[in-house]
Write a protein that binds this ligand. Structure first.
Ligand code: FE2
Ligand code: FE2
Length: 275
């Protein structure tokens, strides 16, 4: 019996081990995409996602305050940085699968599912790339503690699809576009070419995840005949604690369909004068 897309999503979400989770994620994504390409789509169906995804026993999850900070100039600091990115990527795998069954009661075009399945496949690849880099540096995912608060955004927006799109792809993943070039610089300076290549892959693919968020956010605003900027500001203020932090990557944000009037009014500074 073939599984529905929602059943596939719940299977990924309830798999604890990172490598196993991403293997299932990539396999299901390939099945969904192949079925769409041959015009024999897999039904979306319905299934109840867990409130929190299954996670491995390690890493230990700590309050962000208690996660030790390490200087990126040392090998230990670079391992900590890659470990933090691996943790973000594993959360992203779950976030992209979670949105499918969580909001399956909202009718959406098939392209909505294509986008999140593709994004989940990308994140699975990113997690594996980070694990490969860590192993090359004689470490592994789980060797260090990690942030406990990563699933917070998902829980806060558990019954609000537009809130989920505003906070996850359009705020959190957009932030990734701002900070990744600096990280690439750290590894380039240290001559760690495998991490540079992996982070460059992540950087180029993350633009599309922000773009998917913006696309479907605008779609839903159009459906409800509401002003996207007003709704976006309202939802981010409701669900995201604190101001957005410049400097912003205006170029990549624009490429992803996120113009300055979306994010600057939510920042703790005024935009630089450009005219
Ligand atoms: Fe990613
Ligand atoms: Fe992403």
């Amino acid at each position: 019996m073939t599984m529905t897309l929602c059943e596939m999503a719940v299977d990924v979400l309830t798999t604890a081990d990172g490598r196993q989770k991403t293997a299932k994620s990539r396999d299901y994504a390939a099945q969904w995409i192949a079925a769409r390409e041959t015009d024999t789509p897999i039904p979306v169906g319905r299934a109840d996602p867990p409130l929190r995804p299954a996670r491995p026993d390690q890493p230990e999850l700590l309050n962000p305050r208690d996660v030790p900070k390490r200087k990126p100039g040392s090998p230990q600091g670079r391992i900590a940085l890659l470990h933090a990115v691996a943790h973000i990527e594993l959360n992203a795998v779950d976030l992209h699968w979670d949105i499918i069954p969580r909001f399956a009661a909202t009718p959406m075009p098939a392209g909505f599912y294509d986008d999140w399945v593709r994004a989940a496949d990308d994140e699975s690849k990113h997690f594996n790339l980070m694990c490969d880099c860590l192993e090359e540096m004689d470490s592994f995912y789980g060797a260090l503690p990690a942030h406990a608060g990563m699933w917070r955004a998902a829980e806060d927006t558990v019954d609000d699809l537009m809130g989920r799109l505003a906070v996850v792809p359009m705020v959190l993943e957009a932030r990734g576009l701002d900070v990744t070039p600096g990280m690439i610089g750290i590894f380039r300076k240290a001559g760690v070419t495998s991490a540079v290549a992996a982070l460059e892959t992540i950087y180029s693919e993350e633009v599309s995840h922000v773009a998917y968020g913006s696309k479907w956010f605008h779609f839903l605003c159009g459906r409800h005949d509401t002003d996207p900027i007003v709704v976006f500001h309202d939802l981010v203020r409701r669900y995201f604690k604190g101001a957005l932090k410049p400097p912003f990557n205006d170029e990549k944000r624009a490429e992803a369909g996120l113009p300055p009037d979306f994010y600057w009014p939510l920042a703790d500074q005024t935009p630089p004068r450009t005219r």
